[in-house]
Design a protein around this ligand. Structure first.
Ligand code: SF4
Ligand code: ZN
Ligand code: ZN
Length: 316
């Protein structure tokens, strides 16, 4: 047994060792190290500026509650304003949507943050459960399309400058690996920490956890005592097996910092080279003729899905 390590800053017993920096930290210094890192990501990629309003997508899970907390704590010093939004997707199994809304509401209230709840059923006329019943497509893929659309739609309506999601460094590394393996070049170039508005009047999409590891997000959430939902979505088991996760975790365990190096290398070197080689072959974006949100065709994917589901349900 080695000697217990002590916090680099205050010499109390360390509770976390940040492996890529060989940095032992106590609870309190870990929390401030973690928030400084998120602040650095926000500044590095110019995600938010003073006086801006950001809407944080909060599902009630660990990553989104940690994101809300971190952004709220940085909002004073960095001079931006934070609100939260939760989508009630209408997932009845395990009372998932109900618990998601309740968990997010409690967290927002505890932080004194405005919380907006949007029911997909009320706003668009159908729930995720209904879409899953009538469209033969994996539930998580339908859910991803609905969430991306509804969050942008709500942020646009309420005039937010930015929409923040809890995508982590691990999510980005997995996406890159899978895109390299399956040569999904067009999806690959779309992967950025900030997506500028595709049309005027839309929020920019930002990922403040772009450089934060899930293991650190979990430690941050646990040290703060955040009351997050454990995975409870009844559709989660239908997601494709995530074998990239185990592989990348193994790489990270052997070479601490590898995920970060991979993602930084992609942003600094690989993406610019891909963009240069794709030139003008990237599909132009135009407003959907039905809803006005960005689309690569005449009618956007969400409006096409909505029409199909409403027709199948006899509501159109
Ligand atoms: Fe949506 Fe799939 Fe997540 Fe459930 S597990 S909330 S269906 S993305
Ligand atoms: Zn300390
Ligand atoms: Zn549309």
């Amino acid at each position: 047994m080695g000697r217990a390590r002590r916090c680099r800053f205050c010499h109390r017993p360390a509770e976390v060792v940040v492996r890529q920096a060989n940095l032992p930290l106590c609870r309190e210094h870990f929390i401030s190290w973690f928030e400084r890192r998120v602040e650095r990501t926000i500044r590095r990629y110019r995600m938010l500026g003073p006086g801006e309003r950001v809407l944080v997508a909060v599902s009630g899970g660990k990553d989104s509650l940690a994101l809300l907390h971190a952004l709220k704590s940085l909002s004073g010093p960095m001079g931006f304003e934070v609100s939260a939004v939760t989508l009630d997707l209408g997932i009845e199994g395990n009372s998932y949507s109900k618990l998601s809304v309740e968990t997010a509401s409690r967290a927002a209230k505890a932080l004194g943050v405005e919380h907006i709840v949007v029911s997909i059923g009320d706003r668009y006329g159908f729930t995720l459960d209904e879409a899953v019943r009538v469209v033969r497509r994996p539930p998580c893929s339908l859910c991803g399309l609905i969430k991306r659309y509804a969050l942008t739609d709500v942020a646009r309506e309420l005039g937010f400058d930015a929409l923040a999601t809890g995508h982590t460094l691990d999510d980005v590394a997995r996406f890159l690996l899978s895109s390299y393996i399956f040569t999904s070049i067009r999806e690959l170039v779309r992967q950025t920490p900030v997506v500028p508005p595709k049309l005027p009047g839309l929020p920019r999409l930002i990922k403040p956890f772009y450089e934060s590891l899930e293991e650190h997000i979990r430690a941050y959430a646990d040290f703060l005592g955040l009351n997050y939902m454990q995975d409870g979505c009844p559709y989660a088991r239908t997601a494709p097996t995530d074998y990239f996760r185990a592989f990348l975790d193994e790489v990270e365990a052997r070479s601490p910092g590898a995920k970060h190096t991979m993602v930084r290398g992609y942003i600094k070197h690989i993406r610019p080279a891909l963009l240069a080689s794709l030139g003008n072959k990237i599909e132009p974006i135009r407003p959907c003729s039905k809803c006005g949100l960005p689309s690569s065709g005449e009618v956007c994917a969400f409006c096409r899905l909505r029409e199909r589901v409403l027709r199948a349900l006899g509501k159109a």
